[in-house]
Ligand binder design. Structure first.
Ligand code: GLU
Length: 276
């Protein structure tokens, strides 16, 4: 009797997996063509012809890419790396145009050709690797939570029913839904809007990379980080898919910055200490 029953379920599993594999072949084929890769060749040549590097950077992220409204200058760790790249390719660190990207606009802007490279607190993920190529890791961050100093929230375990603020297109918005499924996630276009909303009490916690939260906390010490780092966020620079020469150029830069000590100097300048 038992034996007889096993057959139908076995058949069901077989049919189900055949259907599934059929479906995935159907969806894989069109996306494998990728689209948007036609301009993958020659970013370095384009930069040289144009006489400047166009880097997509954040304007609202203290420590990595922040625009000072008074001077109009954009400053941070990512910005200094963009300048070093301009120096390596064009022999002049001032030959760089810094264009604002957000977490949501950065990949489309790279694919459209609006920018040559994304240097913008961007985590290397397998999902993103389907759309862009990445340099080697140049910074290791981890996702955390920013709350009021007197908040009862101590970490992921206290987020049930809590309004958590995040930014559209970030890994943080995706991760928090997995790690705290009972939280209510509200998404904003950029970090400035998300932090303004936190200050206005529109949510009880803001989640993103620890280093971005530290930058916010430095501007308002009535907030603190809690819950430790609950993800790993290795930052990479993103390049149009297939442009391996440019990826190599960027990796050469990272290596020479590390060998010369320039990387450590930048780390200390923006983050207060040399890397561990
Ligand atoms: N590193 C995370 C990400 O790439 C969060 C920071 C950001 O939104 O840029 O999504």
């Amino acid at each position: 009797m038992k034996k007889l029953l096993k057959w139908p379920s076995f058949m069901l599993v077989l049919i189900f997996s055949l259907v599934l594999s059929g479906c995935s072949t159907g969806t894989d084929t069109p996306s494998a063509s990728g689209g948007g890769d036609a301009e993958a060749k020659g970013t370095i040549e384009q930069i040289k012809e144009r006489g400047k590097l166009i880097a997509g950077v954040k304007y609202d992220t203290k420590l990595f890419g922040l625009k000072d409204p008074a001077s109009g200058n954009v400053e941070g760790f990512d910005i200094d790396i963009a300048k070093a790249l301009a120096k390596q390719i064009l022999g002049d660190e001032t030959k760089v145009e810094l264009k604002e990207v957000t977490s949501k606009t950065r990949i489309p802007m790279l694919q459209n050709g609006d920018i040559d490279i994304i240097i913008a607190t961007m985590t290397i993920t397998d999902e993103r690797k389907e759309q862009v190529d990445f340099s080697d890791v140049y910074f290791e961050a981890g996702q955390s939570l920013l709350v009021k100093n007197d908040s009862a929230i101590t970490g992921l375990e206290s987020l049930s029913g809590v309004k958590v603020l995040a930014v559209k297109g970030s890994t943080s918005a995706q991760n928090i839904r997995e790690k705290a499924p009972d939280a209510e996630v509200l998404e904003f276009d950029n970090y400035q809007d998300a932090f303004t909303a936190l200050k206005a009490g529109k949510g009880e916690a803001l989640t993103t990379d620890n280093i971005i939260l530290i930058g916010m906390q430095q501007t308002d010490n009535s907030f603190q980080l809690v819950g430790g780092n609950f993800t790993s966020e290795p930052y990479g620079m993103a390049i149009r898919k297939g442009d391996t020469a440019f990826v190599e150029e960027v990796n050469t830069l990272l290596k020479s910055m590390q060998d010369s000590g320039e990387y450590d100097t930048l780390h200390e300048k923006w983050l207060g200490a040399k890397p561990e």
